[in-house]
Write a protein that binds this ligand. Structure first.
Ligand code: ME8
Length: 525
């Protein structure tokens, strides 16, 4: 049977800033989702990339004394290698300055123009002459002054192209109503619905005030508004409007799942402009949108001016990559913002990774070595351990199901919590069955075997489920357990009948001492 397809995308990152742990979240979270989907048997394509056009980038390049292309080349290289350092398993890395993307966007713009979904009109707004920029009413300072330089703005009219949003307002609302899972979580969906219900204005989709963008072929003094350009990446990458659109057919038109993951700040673009663009192009909307919250610092938003920016490689160098990936996925709830402080990071690291998981691995392996010379086989369940075994197996089967359900709907925090329900109980199982006491009585060899087999099976299942979050650590645990089948097909208790474990497991997570860390790094956040 052909595998089902799944196409997962992150937003494409602006080529003007640096990736900090806050905005690294979208990519790390999507990576966990993509790894999960592959394990769940989907033919998965995971796309990320760079959003390289627009005035902001043109200005940043000028400041750096570079041509815009050279400027973005540099940032794209750095970002792509950062994703490698963070073990991101993306299949594609699109850049909006790539020729194939530019050509495909030009074609779609001209199509929308020809069919009158885009029309030439006049943009009227508050303009700052010194800054050569338009500002919306909400951006303006007191007395309609420029928010950047403080000068008085004036009302200026400029020729511009507009995308008809109003025309599609009702159709979009109907679509949202008929597809309750289109925008998740529900709170974000409600935000979108109430925004649309206030009435949509046609969207200005061209600019003449800067050059670094995709030109409109039929009127080259205009460049295409950066969001039209950027949103289209999701289909141009697949070959839409090119002479090889096999992937577009396979993963979009005939695809089983298309998932866009975005931060809450760019919800509206993805939940309104993008589906309307697709409707106007006569394409199926196809995607499901998951909007996540933000990673905040204890003092609020991360920003250079506050001096509270934390970079992922700093955390990786100090504490390893997997703990960072784990922390971010575990800390971000489905509907709210998440928090990053070193204090909390260290606390979570100690509780979940060093204590709960790390100890379970090392204790279990040590006992198999000590009592069975490193090899253990499946045996019949014994009456002495009956209650504990039943409880453990019940917790495993309930939480495995929960994990699969949560992961399917991008609830990563809940997914991790389900795994750690199992880990937590497995540690308790050791106290309930007291293997060290069983070991004292040769007549209880079977009971001891039964207990340790239960522990190793539990660890195997936990490790399979943790793979999307901690790919390196889980590989190490698999090696230590001597397990080669890492697939979801083996995600059932009792599937593995024999273990030969490593003699000396490494310490996966060394306990951290907050005071020591303060001393070393002077961490203030
Ligand atoms: O928005 N916590 O790019 P971007 C969590 N180019 N997520 C955060 C965050 C934080 N503190 N700060 C930013 C763009 N993000 C556009 C996208 S797509 C067609 C064009 C998230 O580089 C943000 O919400 O500003 C987005 O999902 C991602 O980082 C990239 O943001």
């Amino acid at each position: 049977m052909e595998k089902k397809t799944c196409y997962i995308t992150t937003p494409i990152y602006y080529a003007s800033g640096e990736v900090h742990i806050g905005n690294s979240y979208s990519t790390i979270a999507c990576d966990a989702l993509a790894r999960y989907k592959r394990l769940a048997g989907f033919d998965t394509v995971y796309l990320t990339g760079m959003d390289e056009h627009g005035q902001k980038i043109e200005e940043a390049a000028k400041k750096a004394g570079l041509e815009p292309q050279a400027f973005v080349d540099n940032i794209a290289d750095k970002t792509a290698s950062l994703w490698q350092e963070l073990n991101i398993s993306n299949d594609g890395f699109i850049r909006t300055s790539y020729d194939y993307h530019v050509e495909a966007v030009q074609k779609l713009f001209e199509q929308l123009l020809a069919q009158d979904d885009i029309y030439l009109g006049e943009y009227e707004g508050n303009y700052c002459v010194a800054c050569e920029s338009f500002f919306t009413k909400t951006q303006l300072g007191p007395d309609e002054t420029c928010p950047d330089c403080g000068a008085k703005t004036r009302i200026v009219k400029e020729e511009s192209y507009f995308l008809r949003l109003k025309k599609y307002e009702k159709k979009l609302l109907d679509y949202i109503e008929e597809h309750p899972d289109f925008i998740m979580p529900v709170t974000r969906r409600n935000e979108v619905v109430s925004f649309i219900k206030q009435g949509l204005e046609d969207l200005c989709v061209s600019r003449t005030s800067y050059k670094w963008g995709i030109q409109i072929p039929s009127n080259p003094k205009h460049v295409i508004y950066v969001w039209i350009d950027a949103l289209a990446n999701y289909i141009t990458y697949l070959g839409y409007n090119s002479n090889n659109d096999a992937n577009f057919k396979k993963y979009w038109l005939e695809g089983d799942q298309v998932i866009h993951v975005v931060g809450k700040d760019i919800l509206r673009f993805h939940a309104i402009y993008w589906p309307i663009m697709l409707m106007a192009l006569g394409l199926p909307i196809k995607f499901r949108l998951y909007a996540h919250g933000w990673i905040m610092m204890s003092g609020g938003k991360m920003s250079k001016s506050k001096g509270n920016v934390v970079y992922p490689l700093t955390v990786k160098e100090r504490y390893g990559l997997d703990p960072l990936r784990f922390y971010l996925c575990k800390e971000m709830p489905t509907t709210e913002d998440g928090l990053f402080t070193y204090e909390r990071f260290i606390e979570q690291y100690n509780v979940y990774l060093a204590n709960d998981l790390g100890n379970l691995v090392s204790r279990s392996i040590a006992m198999v070595n000590k009592y069975f010379g490193g090899t253990i086989e499946k045996c019949a369940s014994t009456s002495l351990n009956k209650d504990a075994n039943e409880q453990l197996e019940k917790i495993i089967s309930e939480n495995t199901k929960k994990y699969l359900d949560y992961m399917e709907s991008f609830q990563l925090q809940n997914g991790i919590n389900a795994i750690f329900e199992i880990v937590g109980f497995a540690n308790k199982y050791i106290d309930l069955t007291t293997p060290w006491a069983l070991a004292k009585d040769e007549a209880l060899k079977n009971e001891l075997n039964d207990c340790l087999y239960h522990l190793l099976e539990t660890l195997r299942l936990v490790t399979i489920m943790l793979q999307p979050f901690m790919p390196d650590t889980t590989n190490t645990i698999f090696e230590e357990l001597g397990v080669t089948d890492k697939s979801f097909a083996s995600l059932t208790f009792g599937k593995n009948s024999k273990y030969t474990v490593i003699e000396k497991p490494i310490v996966l997570f060394k306990r951290l001492d907050l005071t020591e860390e303060y001393k070393k790094y002077g961490i203030s956040e």
